[in-house]
Design a protein around this ligand. Structure first.
Ligand SMILES: Nc1ncnc2c1ncn2[C@@H]1O[C@H](COP(=O)(O)OP(=O)(O)OP(=O)(O)O)[C@@H](O)[C@H]1O
Ligand SMILES: [Mg+2]
Length: 238
């Protein structure tokens, strides 16, 4: 029986640093099984919100409440950063590492790691040190490393920034597959094409607050707020 982590509730979630409000107050519920894209201009609080949800950014006020217990929250949610952090070791070791931490035996973790290397096109590069991979390969490796433990929730912060077409397509395929495997995804992106291709829901942030939110098709086709209309037109927000 799986302990469900979702829905995740944020209420009045606020982050202040040195007297400045970076986020909030945010009231938000994240439901299971959806791929939600987080949009908003630079500095609008997307990264801060993702970090709060992942548990690496402390709230100054308000509450974040998962539906499951803390140990499961830590185990079953993963984060892929814009610039992935890699072990200096091989592709295989990078993939096997999260499984090792989870106590999976050597034979099983190496088999799973090989399988994932294959899925991300690195089946022939098992022994290549991760720092020697290209940017796109590294990002795919980071995503595979996040998915290999089958998290319930995956957070991504602009995972495709500075990648080209083929790498973006591969990453989007992996995300679609993850979603159909039941993984709930929240991803910040500046790529509107990507938002349109992937999102079930969108959350649009301005100045640390959720400005508009809704079903992606409807919201992106006919935004309700002037700010989102301007953002989608590529106008610079005041
Ligand atoms: N550690 C920090 N200390 C002080 N201010 C910070 C810190 N981290 C972020 N900020 C500020 O918090 C605000 C929100 O930043 P955040 O990085 O969440 O925005 P973002 O929407 O992710 O922007 P971008 O699109 O550029 O990635 C910005 O004003 C930023 O300067
Ligand atoms: Mg950011």
């Amino acid at each position: 029986m799986v302990t469900r982590l979702l829905p995740l509730h944020l209420s009045g979630a606020t982050v202040r640093r040195r007297g400045k409000r970076l986020l909030g107050p945010v009231d938000l519920t994240l439901d299971a099984g959806r791929l939600t894209v987080l949009l908003g201009p630079n500095g609008s609080g997307k990264t801060t919100l993702l970090r709060v949800m992942h548990g690496v950014e402390r709230l100054s006020e308000g509450r974040i409440t998962w539906s499951g217990p803390d140990d499961i929250v830590e185990r079953d949610q993963a984060f892929v950063f814009q610039t992935p952090i890699m072990l200096r070791r091989s592709v295989l070791a990078n993939l096997a590492y999260p499984l090792k931490l989870a106590g999976v035996g050597r034979a099983t973790r190496n088999a799973l790691a090989r399988d994932w290397a294959q899925r991300i096109g690195l089946g022939d590069a098992l022994d290549t040190p991760a720092p020697r991979l290209s940017g796109g390969e590294r990002q795919k490796l980071a995503l595979a490393r996040a998915l290999i433990r089958k998290p319930q929730v995956l957070f991504l912060d602009e995972p495709c920034a500075s990648l080209d077409g083929a790498a973006i397509r591969d990453i989007e395929d992996l995300l679609r597959q993850a979603r159909s495997d039941g993984i709930t995804i929240l991803m910040a992106t500046h790529d509107m094409g990507q938002a349109r291709r992937l999102a079930d829901d969108v959350i649009f942030m301005v100045s640390g607050a959720v400005h508009e939110r809704g079903n992606a098709q409807t919201t992106l086709a006919s935004p309700e707020t002037k700010a989102l209309r301007a953002f989608l037109n590529g106008d610079i927000l005041p």
